[in-house]
Design a binder for this molecule. Structure first.
Ligand code: PSU
Ligand code: MN
Length: 302
C-alpha cells in the first residue's frame, strides 16, 4: 500500500540528523502565477541548500506522497494543473494513483509522518470572513492541532478573519510565537490589529520552545509568526485601498462562498499591478530563511 516516498537527499539528511525544512506545493501550484512559481520553487530549495539545509518539497505525484522532489517533480507542481490537496484528499489521491499539490495541512501531515519538524510557508490558511454562516475554516488549523511540526508563516492574509483564526488556534492549543514581535503580522504587512502573548528573539529560542513542547508531551504544531522585513512590506495605504476595492467588487458581482478568496487574490495582484506579488515572494523567502535557521538550531540539539 501507499507509503511515503522520500528523496535520497531527504532520507540521508534525516538519518544523519541534519537540518531539513518542508516546503508546500499548493503555494507553487495555486498561490503564485506561472512562470514565477517555478522560479520560486527552485529558489526556495536552493536558498536552503546554500545554508546546508535540505529542502523537502512535498506533493503527491501519481499516488505517491513525495517528501523531496526531483527536477521533474518541481516542474510538475509548477506547470501541471494539479488538484489542491488537503489532508482529507490524500487517501483518495493515493488510492487512485492521482496527483495533487499539498496545502499547509497536507504538507504538515506528510512531513511530520516523515519525521520532519520544521516547515516554511507563505501565509497560513485560517477562518474565512463570514465563517459563522459558511463554516469555511481551513483544515490547516485543525491539522495543526494534531500534527507536531513548526510552521513559519507571515501570519495570515487580511482577506481572512484574523481574530477568529487566532481564537481557533487558541482553542486547539497551538502555540503562536512572534519572532521579534508581539504583533501578529498580516502577510503583506508587518502588523495586524492583533497582539500575541509571546515573542522570541531568535531561531534558537524557537528550538527551545519545541524541545519543551515535546518534553510536555504536546503533539500539536507550533506557529512562528514571522513578519516581512520593514523595507519589503507592502505600502499600507495601497494595501488598504486595493483590498477595499477588491472586496467591493466581489460584493457587487455577487461572488460567494469558496469563489471569494481566489477572486480577491486575483484582483489584488491585478489592482496592485503586481506589487503585492513581489511582497508575497519576499515574505516567502524570508520564511524559508528563518525556517532554515530554526531547523539548524533544532538539529544542533539532537
Ligand atoms: N495563503 C496564502 N497563499 C496560499 C495559501 C494560503 O497566502 O497559497 C494556500 C496554502 O496552501 C494553505 C491553503 O494551506 O491555501 C489553505 O486553503 P484552504 O483555506 O482551502 O484550506
Ligand atoms: Mn475552505
Amino acid at each position: 500500500m501507499t507509503s511515503l516516498l522520500l528523496s535520497d537527499e531527504v532520507a540521508a539528511a534525516l538519518a544523519e540528523h541534519r537540518p531539513v525544512v518542508a516546503l508546500e506545493s499548493t503555494i507553487i501550484s495555486h498561490g503564485l502565477p506561472r512562470p514565477r512559481n517555478h522560479e520560486a520553487a527552485l529558489e526556495f530549495e536552493s536558498m536552503l541548500r546554500e545554508t546546508g539545509v535540505t529542502p523537502a518539497t512535498v506533493a503527491v505525484l501519481d499516488g505517491a506522497p513525495r517528501i523531496g522532489l526531483d527536477t521533474e517533480g518541481v516542474r510538475r507542481i509548477a506547470d501541471d494543473d494539479l488538484a489542491k490537496a488537503s489532508v482529507r484528499d490524500l487517501p483518495i489521491l493515493a488510492a487512485r494513483g492521482a496527483s495533487g499539490a499539498t496545502t499547509v495541512a497536507a504538507t504538515a501531515h506528510l512531513a511530520a509522518m516523515a519525521g520532519i519538524r520544521v516547515f516554511a510557508t507563505g501565509g497560513l490558511g485560517g477562518v474565512h470572513r463570514g465563517a459563522s454562516e459558511t463554516f469555511d475554516e481551513s483544515a490547516d488549523l485543525s491539522t495543526l492541532a494534531v500534527t507536531p511540526i513548526t510552521v513559519v508563516s507571515a501570519g495570515v492574509k487580511s482577506v481572512l478573519d484574523i481574530a477568529a483564526t487566532l481564537e481557533r488556534l487558541e482553542t486547539y492549543s497551538v502555540p503562536v510565537i512572534g519572532l521579534g514581535t508581539t504583533v501578529f503580522p498580516s502577510f503583506w504587512l508587518r502588523e495586524s490589529a492583533y497582539t500575541l502573548d509571546w515573542a522570541v528573539d531568535s531561531p534558537e529560542q524557537v528550538a527551545d520552545v519545541m524541545a519543551a513542547h515535546d518534553a510536555l508531551g504536546h503533539r500539536q504544531g507550533i506557529v512562528v509568526a514571522n513578519p516581512i522585513p520593514a523595507d519589503q512590506a507592502w505600502d499600507r495605504e495601497e494595501h488598504d485601498r486595493v483590498l477595499a476595492t477588491a472586496f467591493a467588487e466581489a460584493d457587487a458581482q455577487g461572488i460567494r462562498g469558496k469563489a471569494v478568496t481566489p477572486f480577491l487574490l486575483g484582483r489584488i495582484v491585478e489592482l496592485s499591478e503586481g506589487r503585492s506579488l513581489e511582497v508575497n515572494l519576499d515574505l516567502a523567502r524570508n520564511n524559508v530563511r528563518v525556517a532554515g535557521r530554526i531547523a539548524a538550531a533544532w538539529a544542533a540539539r539532537a
